[in-house]
Design a protein around this ligand. Structure first.
Ligand SMILES: *Cc1c(COP(=O)(O)O)cnc(C)c1O
Length: 448
């Protein structure tokens, strides 16, 4: 990788914290120059708990879950995508809000079960679930398993029937819709490793096979077209494709899906200017356009499932860091070194993601500097923000990187034997540690 050049034209945006628009969580406010979230002073919290630190605004998470439930109506189901953010406290919050949970793999299922989550409300995903993972899911009584390939249909059938169980499943379908997002975040095109294609006839073959196999109850079809999607048309296109597929399955296989699972993917604001699609707009498609498409084809109305992850937790989260060193390389760039980086936020390096950040203890000041927030790890690509506006930083300041609630903690690593940050929930002026910081002992716990 060549060096990333400073954008010479980049000018600080002079925004103060409260001018960052949809990037801010519901309860973000500035009091006496300090950033508060959930009624808690972020700079103080950072000093109490240490940094790097993940903070989650519980009111924001609840608001998003409730917005989905309201937009979809009583008869449909909201299943949170656990891979975006998961720990036992989150599982308990989902259960209290009456939501289902998507898991990908045995580890996420184990967390859900350990937190007492109702297995009937679990949907199991993955494009190559192992024999062990399938056995664990079937024995636990998982509500739905989403079969991704012919091999899995055989495996589910064999494992379930050996135990006298009839496992409810969905078929993962590739709708052939290319979502308007980063290539690594599209999953619904025909050139995707996920699911059964339609035009190649795999979807109909899979349905025919699933209907014949013992130990399987085929309930419906599932799609997930990608993530961080802004264009609502991607969903509208998908609904048309699924209506046609449903009609064909009904005619050619004698199978009419009772469940249509539309996956997740709704985008959020990462930058102040971003205007993501509202949950309510997606709700309109699901409660108006979809029933219309089904009625036109004389098909009975299915139950709809959506599986949002990022749009539930993304904006609710922020990461706090302490500034440790500043290297102002005059005509090149200003490096501001923080006490985290690619181990707690890999998305910048992986997807070229952009984030907004503020100095939590200078939150009322305009962002009058252009800086690159560099991590502490042994990689030049270890940067969490490149040429971004920030209040002029000093060593010891607390940086709050905004909208890091999704795909940060769950993608964290121990590179450089870095201990992973703690997770704190904030709500109504109270901070609750829900996942402690790792220790050096944790790092060596598996060594024999
Ligand atoms: C990742 C994923 C989701 C959640 O996607 P978001 O973009 O976080 O909403 C939902 N369903 C499946 C199958 C996924 O793989």
């Amino acid at each position: 990788m060549g060096s990333i050049r400073r954008d010479k034209n980049a000018k600080p945006d002079m925004r103060t914290t409260m001018q960052l628009g949809a990037v801010l969580s519901k309860t973000a406010e500035v009091r006496n120059g300090h950033l508060y979230v959930g009624g808690v002073n972020m700079a103080e919290l950072a000093r109490e708990q240490g940094t790097a630190l993940y903070v989650m605004d519980v009111a924001q998470i609840k608001q998003q879950l409730r917005a989905y439930k309201e937009a979809l109506g009583e008869d449909n189901i909201v299943a949170f995508a656990g891979k975006s953010f998961l720990n036992k406290a989150m599982v308990r919050l989902l259960a209290a809000e009456g939501c289902y949970l998507d898991v990908s793999g045995g580890g996420e299922l184990a967390i859900a079960l350990a937190a007492g989550f109702d297995p009937k409300h679990v949907i199991v995903h993955g494009n190559n679930k192992t024999e062990t993972e399938l056995t664990e899911a079937i024995e636990a009584g998982a509500g739905l398993i989403v079969a991704d390939c012919f091999e899995e249909l055989e495996r589910i059938s064999r494992i379930a029937s050996a135990r006298g169980i009839t496992q409810s499943i969905l078929l993962r379908i590739k709708p052939g819709v290319v979502a308007d997002t980063h290539t690594f975040m599209t999953t619904g095109s025909e050139d995707s490793k996920f699911g059964f294609g339609i035009t190649d006839g795999w979807a109909e073959r899979a349905a025919a096979q699933a209907l014949q196999l013992p130990g399987i109850a085929l309930k419906g079809i599932h799609v997930h077209i990608g993530s961080q999607i802004f264009a609502i048309s991607s969903y509208a296109d998908t609904i048309e494709v699924l209506a046609n597929l449903t009609e064909n399955l009904s005619k050619n296989c004698g199978f009419t899906p009772e469940i249509i699972d539309l996956g997740g993917g709704l985008g959020i604001a990462y930058q102040a200017a971003d205007e993501p699609t509202a949950i309510q707009e997606l709700g309109q498609l699901i409660t108006k356009q979809l029933p219309k498409a089904w009625e036109q084809r004389g098909l009975p109305l299915p139950t709809i499932i959506v599986e949002p992850g990022r749009s539930i937790v993304g904006t609710a989260g922020l990461t706090l860091y302490t500034v440790g060193a500043i290297k102002d390389l005059k005509d090149i760039r200003c490096f501001v070194a923080i006490d985290g980086g690619m181990t707690d936020n890999i998305r910048t390096a992986l997807y070229d993601a952009r984030y907004e950040s503020v100095i939590a203890n200078k939150a009322d000041r305009p962002r009058d500097a252009i800086v690159t927030l560099a991590g502490k790890h042994c990689e030049s690509g270890d940067m969490v923000a490149i040429d971004a506006s920030l209040q002029t930083p000093e060593v010891g300041d607390i940086v709050a990187m905004l909208a890091t609630g999704a795909y940060n903690a769950t993608m964290s690593s121990n590179y450089n034997a870095q201990v992973r940050p703690a997770v704190v929930f904030v709500e109504d002026g109270t901070a609750t540690l829900v996942q402690r910081r790792e220790t050096y002992t944790d790092l060596m716990a598996r060594d024999i």
